[in-house]
Design a binder for this molecule. Structure first.
Ligand code: VGL
Length: 188
């Protein structure tokens, strides 16, 4: 059994002060920062720590001047801007691979992401022999949910670190945890 830690979209724009801030973004970033520098007894030894990043150039109707916050959103995580950078105090140097997604599409799922060599997240994980994923990040009800559901479809065993996930909306976050559990994820 090989487990990787998957950080979903822990980016400035999804944290307080950002263009699409979630209320618990900074709390989650702090907890994740601590986890990756000093894994605790709840977490396993990870063979890799990987991060996904929303990385938009022209994602079409995903961006809107009048967003509905369900299918359309304020401009966020524009490629090569501060809003798209990994949120501190999470340390980039403790992340082994970055998978960017959504240049020209909504791309909620991290499994649409590619690393600097153009490898898809799922293919890269399989190449490392990863079978299990611990997933956390932002937002519980959108990108975390979509990423976890795809991970399960691709055959990974998934644990969701719920204390290290931040939702857009509390009700949406609770529904997403239920949906991920129903699909076969363990919520810890
Ligand atoms: C996300 C809304 C819009 C996310 C991305 O990372 O969960 N949410 N784009």
């Amino acid at each position: 059994m090989k487990t990787a830690l998957l950080l979903v979209d822990v980016q400035n724009d999804f944290c307080p002060g950002g263009n699409l801030a979630t209320a618990r973004g900074d709390e989650v970033a702090s907890k994740i920062a601590e986890l990756i520098s000093t894994p605790d007894s709840r977490t396993r030894d990870y063979v890799a720590t990987v991060a996904t990043q929303d990385w938009h150039i022209d994602p079409g109707a995903h961006f809107s001047e009048k967003p509905d916050f369900v299918d359309s959103w304020p401009v966020h995580c524009v490629a090569d801007t501060y809003g798209a950078e990994i949120r501190g105090p999470v340390r980039r140097d403790l992340i082994d691979q970055f998978f960017k997604k959504g240049e020209y599409s909504a791309a909620y799922s991290g499994f649409e992401g590619k690393n600097a060599d153009g490898a898809l997240l799922g293919d890269w994980l399989r190449e490392q022999g990863v079978t299990h994923l611990d997933v956390c990040g932002i937002a519980t009800d959108y990108c975390v949910r979509a990423t976890v559901l795809d991970a399960l479809k691709e055959g990974f065993e998934v644990r969701v670190l719920r204390g290290m996930c931040s939702p857009v909306d509390d009700k949406g976050g609770a529904d997403a945890l239920q949906a991920m559990m129903d699909a076969g994820a363990e919520i810890v």
